[in-house]
Ligand binder design. Structure first.
Ligand code: TYM
Length: 330
């Protein structure tokens, strides 16, 4: 039996980038892989590395948990849980900090980017964040970790830390492999296609929230930045805006980019954007409907309670052994 582990931070509303790079991948993997367990969680401890409003944080935690299910994950094949409900993540994170070098963390591009944007008030938790992420993964002996492109470096450091532990204390942690999709691993901002689509984008026209109203989605796609070439073709360097829209179209319709280019090459951007808006709306509306149903039922808490029990069972055993190997306690 193989194990897949991944998480999403509740630091704002979920975007189409999160859906294409992560959630949709989880659903597709679950539908194609047999004999694989899915451990998926809401990474709330990661969210507080920057300041969060407590009421908003609570709301976003539920939103993500419900969205995993609304997007089509099978509750019988998924251990769905909230990171902060399993104390072992933080404890293992601390143990792994004693195997992680400052220099390694200083090289993390996500930390460097965030630190650059926020000149004061950078927390030490933001700095040690990749170590907690490593703990999230190796605590469950993950075989695979499906993520978007921006998490690749964090997976590399996870592998380094786990290998270092194994070299020092004997083979104990499984070394996880990332799964990064070929297309859609980095969905870009609709207004600034040089930048990753993110909920913290400067303009809300830059991202599509999974809960956006269909009219808003259509408007955002129609106003997405393109270029003056005026021809639908896949050229990420010279036409990054169009290339991004093509990636969205291709992933959501399971088509090759070339097929879509053939279809729209002579039709211009207006037609292409109109059809893409329909594709995105048709994808998101059923998810939104299901999401509302899940939130209105008491199913979610039941699933999260079950998830906590199962995750805890594994986490407690692994951490106890880990502390023994290190020589802690009596
Ligand atoms: P987070 O919450 O920023 O993003 C969640 C997932 O969505 C992917 N993603 C994207 N994919 C494509 N295009 C985009 N524009 C885009 N934006 C986000 C991310 O790559 C990610 O897969 N540190 C993680 C959460 C985490 C985690 C873990 C993940 C904590 N512990 C353990 C895997 C395993 C994060 O902040 O992701």
């Amino acid at each position: 039996m193989k194990r897949i582990v991944s998480g999403i931070k509740p630091s704002g509303t979920l975007t189409l980038g999160n859906y294409i790079g992560a959630i949709r991948q989880f659903v597709q993997l679950q539908q194609t892989l047999s004999d694989t367990e899915f451990f998926l969680f809401v990474a709330d401890m990661h969210a507080i590395t920057v300041e969060q409003d407590p009421a908003q944080l609570k709301k976003h935690i539920r939103e993500i948990a419900a969205m995993y299910l609304a997007a089509g994950l099978d509750q019988d094949k998924t251990v769905l849980f909230i990171q902060s409900e399993i104390q072992e993540h933080v404890e293992l994170g601390y143990l792994l900090q004693s195997l992680t070098y400052m220099g390694e963390l200083e090289r993390m591009t996500q930390y460097k980017d965030k630190a650059k944007k926020q000149e004061t008030g950078i927390t030490s938790a933001l700095f040690t964040y990749p170590v907690l992420m490593a703990a999230d993964i190796i605590l469950y002996d993950a075989d695979y970790v499906p993520v978007g492109e921006d998490q690749k470096q964090h997976l590399e450091i996870t592998r380094d830390i786990a290998t270092r532990f194994n070299n020092r204390y004997g083979s104990f942690f499984k070394i996880p492999e990332p799964i990064i999709p070929k297309i859609g691993a980095r969905i870009m901002d609709l207004q600034n296609p040089e930048q990753k689509m993110s909920k913290s984008s400067s303009s809300d026209k830059g991202y599509i929230a999974l809960l956006d109203d269909p009219k808003v989605i259509t408007k955002k796609i129609k106003s997405a930045v393109t270029d003056s070439y005026g021809k639908v073709q896949y050229d990420p360097i010279n036409q990054p805006g169009v290339a991004n829209l093509l990636q969205i179209y291709a992933t959501l319709t399971n088509q090759e980019i070339d097929t879509i280019v053939d279809q729209y090459q002579t039709l211009g951007y207006k037609n292409f954007k109109e059809d893409l808006a329909v594709v995105v709306v048709d994808t998101l509306v059923p998810i939104q409907k299901k999401y509302q149903e899940i939130l209105a039922s008491n199913l979610l808490d039941h699933i999260l309670d079950q998830g906590r029990t199962r995750a805890q069972e594994i986490a407690v055993k692994k951490l106890t052994k880990c502390k023994r190997l290190i020589g802690l306690g009596r």
